[in-house]
Write a protein that binds this ligand. Structure first.
Ligand code: PHE
Length: 460
């Protein structure tokens, strides 16, 4: 989906003034493509499972509405005002906040490294669907998955394929494909999800899963649950990386930012919600442990497919769509540092994409091995995958979010903020004032608490 975006960056090098998204739909698709990905279908369900079910979902929705949507709008405003790579966009408001952009560049390397490992798993499952994934007996699918990710070599091949696809698209910056195909592929993903929801909900024993998923048990809420829910909101909406700052920097000053933010957040949440409606009924119907972690989707879904007529076909289509959804997100993760390397370090687009993707690939090798022979390696008491994931979602992204809220609330002049966010008065309304006050007075407090407890300073 970032195709038109890439063209914009390239043309920006030789033409002035800077180019823009041609249509609002292009921007919404690019941002929704960034948001909807593994975060919704892989990460959201396993965190929900590991954090007690319904109580986590409630907290997630609360943080989404209070913090997530507002910060998405904050990133959109900073980006469109900046009309440059993220670091320059922050510098335009205050030189003291350039570090937020640099932190984003660093974090993009980290997220991309493990995102593409899991992206590789989806490609493997797509191929395996054709060659007998649904024939694996339900009680052995866990062992099958464990055997695959624990293999020192095979996952690295698929990790390479996924990373190569990401680099290829970002490096080319053309092809007109991704954006065009997403108009077909995103609705196709939705249709698949609805079919699977229907199948999962009619499995015998599904009700127990629904109860776990939707009936909150508030005694399960701890500070750790809040940190995890908050991290998931950031990860899923693609905020805190300044990727949305980067995308919005290509947006025309005519578009309605608030409406775009709400549309993207709504789409993203709907996909995550549907994923949970499939996975929990299925997990309970087959007696699978919902708190088992990153393997949850890869273990529950094949058991559902095995119970469906034409299961292999559905399995193939589903994992292919998931791989593509993951790709439209990984492109946005790579685009963020690439735009900086091109505009500031004067790399060519090709070189930037290969260099950043290459380094992330190497980091990803360590992540992949941490599911197998490096399983015992612990840094700060965490395995490599857990460390990368915790650092990005629970520390770096919320910290940037905190900084962005402070920028809008206390550094940027209020009238300039409102001028930008309302497209110079074109879309005004009391809701913008409410958003401003929320961003200034409420969000920094919440994020400061979350950040301090995620680094272990605050304990409850
Ligand atoms: N939002 C993406 C997903 O849910 C992942 C992502 C995180 C993309 C951070 C960009 C920035 O899969």
């Amino acid at each position: 989906m970032s195709t038109s975006l890439n063209k914009k960056v390239e043309s920006n090098l030789d033409t002035q003034p800077r180019d823009q998204f041609k249509s609002k739909l292009g921007f919404i698709l690019a941002s929704a493509g960034s948001a909807v990905g593994l975060g919704n279908i892989w990460r959201f369900p396993y965190l929900t499972g590991a954090n007690g079910g319904g109580a986590f979902v409630m907290l997630y929705l609360l943080v989404l509405v209070v913090v997530g949507v507002s910060l998405l709008l904050v990133e959109f405003s900073i980006g469109r005002n900046g009309k440059a790579n993220a670091i320059d966009s922050y510098a335009k408001i205050s030189k003291n906040f350039k570090w937020v952009g640099y932190l984003g560049v660093f974090t993009a390397f980290i997220i991309l490294s493990y995102y593409s490992v899991v992206g590789g798993w989806t490609i493997y499952y797509t191929l395996k669907s054709v060659t007998g994934l649904t024939a694996v007996p339900a009680d052995q699918i866990g062992a099958f998955f464990g055997g695959f990710i624990g293999n020192p070599f095979l996952p690295l091949v698929f990790h390479a394929i996924f990373m190569f696809a990401t680099i290829y698209i970002v490096a080319k910056g053309i092809s007109g494909g991704i954006e065009k195909y997403n108009k077909i592929l995103m609705p196709a993903l939705f249709i698949m999800l609805f079919i699977l929801v229907a199948r999962a909900l009619t499995l015998p024993g599904a009700a127990k899963g629904l109860n776990f998923y939707l009936n909150p048990d508030f005694s399960k809420i701890t500070m750790g649950t809040l940190v995890a829910a908050c991290g998931q909101v950031f990860f899923s909406l693609s905020i805190g990386l300044s990727g949305m700052v980067t995308y919005a920097s290509y947006l025309s000053s005519e578009e309605n930012l608030a409406q775009s933010a709400v549309t993207v957040a709504f789409t993203d949440t709907l996909v995550a919600f549907l994923a949970g409606l499939i996975i929990f009924p299925a997990a309970f119907a087959f007696g699978l442990e919902p708190g088992q972690g990153p393997g949850l989707v890869f273990i529950t879904l094949p058991t559902v497919f095995a119970q469906m007529p034409m299961g292999a076909l559905f399995s193939f289509l589903f994992f292919a769509l998931l791989a593509i959804a993951a790709l439209t997100s990984s492109i946005s993760i790579l685009e963020m540092p690439v735009s900086y390397f091109i505009e500031k370090l004067k790399f060519t687009r090709q070189k930037a994409a290969w260099a950043i993707g290459g380094i992330s690939y190497v980091l990803g090798i360590a992540v992949s091995l941490s599911f197998g022979m490096w399983g015992d390696v612990k840094i700060f008491g965490k395995g490599i995958f857990d460390l990368f994931d915790y650092f990005s979602s629970n520390i770096s992204l919320p910290l940037s979010g905190l900084a962005c809220a402070i920028i809008v609330g206390f550094v940027w002049k209020k009238q300039d903020v409102l001028k930008e966010v309302s497209s110079n008065g074109k879309y005004s309304g009391g809701y913008l004032n409410a958003w401003y006050n929320l961003t200034k007075y409420v969000i920094p407090v919440i994020l400061a608490v979350v950040f301090l407890s995620s680094i272990g300073i605050l304990k409850f």
